[in-house]
Design a protein around this ligand. Structure first.
Ligand SMILES: C[S@@+](CC[C@H](N)C(=O)[O-])C[C@H]1O[C@@H](n2cnc3c(N)ncnc32)[C@H](O)[C@@H]1O
Length: 338
């Protein structure tokens, strides 16, 4: 068993913790992916899990390397070229260098999300879907055969991802739209102009039946999440739902963190301008893996006018991840009907 975590407290604005490494502010779409695709990938391991040390500089270095655009280009471009040359490409699967959203089978993860949305969240052919932080279209692609009358809108902060989705998905399937949001995030878009706590979703009130955020709030600070929940409540129709993921620090997770039994450590404590505190695994880039306290999630949900319908705790915290062995904590929020 690993030794108990030593907790370091970083006081003040979370974004005042020193400059991000050069590779993260590179001009091409701000570096990294997440390392948490296991979120949706059932029992697959990933950079948050099996292959990485639980904490420390080795972990931070590997994360920065693996998810930097420079490294991804060097490492994956040759493979992309070979795969294209021998015809091992699919038009709706992005090249490997663009699959920054984490490890695991790109198509399977999308299919898993889709099936879950159909089974538990009333997704059918006529649903209007919002995909918050849609990345490079992993879930959009899986929804193409389902949405024959409904619509899909996704937005993200990584230009290369939205560019690929526009070119490859919208051009073939005009029901699917993608929007680039220049929102700041130290992991993905360090130079973004808008703060997540101010960003207004570019959609009309009550435009959607269903919203999802797959492995997004695990990379956003609480003040941004608070605004995103309020915006989601605005654009959802009454009775609409938000299916989303978090790393929730409840009493059990806190004890498991102390005992060193979680997949990754959350040793660093940060404080938002609003006064809300949260935990991160990296002192410079809390967004790599960001844990929020359950009481704060509950308060933000209430303040947004949403109801917390269910939480399924995932494997990240050392629990079993439920029947599907999910990695992140899966949360369902509902906008009341009246
Ligand atoms: C791990 S990836 C997951 C992408 C996608 N949801 C999926 O499951 O394939 C996390 C995504 O969240 C996006 N993201 C982070 N902060 C965001 C924000 N404030 N607004 C929108 N997207 C954000 C990142 O750019 C990245 O594409």
């Amino acid at each position: 068993m690993n030794p108990p975590a030593e907790r370091e407290t970083v006081v003040g604005r979370a974004d005042s913790v020193g400059p991000a490494p050069t590779v993260e502010s590179a001009p091409i779409p701000a570096s990294n992916g997440n390392g948490t695709v296991e979120s949706a990938s059932l029992a697959l391991t990933g950079p948050s899990g099996g292959l990485l040390p639980r904490r420390g500089p080795g972990r931070a270095l590997l994360k920065r390397l693996y998810y930097s655009w420079a490294f991804r280009t060097l490492a994956f471009w040759p493979l992309d070229i070979v795969e294209r040359a021998i015809g091992r490409t699919e038009p709706l699967v992005p090249p490997r260098r663009l699959q920054y959203v984490g490890r695991g089978d790109f198509e399977m993860i999308g299919v898993h999300w889709r099936d879950r949305l159909i089974r538990d969240h009333r997704l059918d052919g006529g649903t209007d879907v919002l995909d918050i932080g849609c990345g490079v279209g992993r879930i959009a692609v899986a929804l193409i055969p389902v949405l024959d009358e409904g619509t899909y809108e996704g937005f993200d902060i990584v230009p290369a991802a939205i560019g690929w989705c526009d070119r490859e998905i919208t051009s073939r399937h005009p029901r699917f739209g993608f929007t680039l949001a220049d929102v700041r995030n130290r992991q993905y878009n360090a130079d973004g102009v808008v703060s997540a706590d101010r960003y207004e979703f570019p959609y009309d009130n009550e435009r959607f039946d269903l919203a999802l955020a797959s492995s997004v709030f695990t990379h956003m600070r609480p003040d941004g999440i608070r605004n995103y929940l309020a915006e989601t409540a605005r654009v959802l129709r009454p009775g609409g739902r938000l299916a989303c993921e978090f790393f929730i620090v409840d009493d059990t997770a806190a004890a498991l963190l102390e005992q060193g039994r979680t997949t990754f450590a959350l040793d660093h404590e940060f404080s938002e301008p609003s006064g809300v505190s949260f935990l991160g695994s990296d002192p410079r880039v809390p967004e790599y893996n960001l844990g929020i306290h359950q009481r704060d999630l509950e308060a933000m949900t209430r303040n947004a006018g949403l109801e917390l319908q269910s939480i399924e705790f995932g494997r990240w915290s050392g629990r079993d991840g439920g029947p599907e062995g999910r990695f992140q904590d899966f949360v369902t929020l509902v906008k009341p009907s009246s």
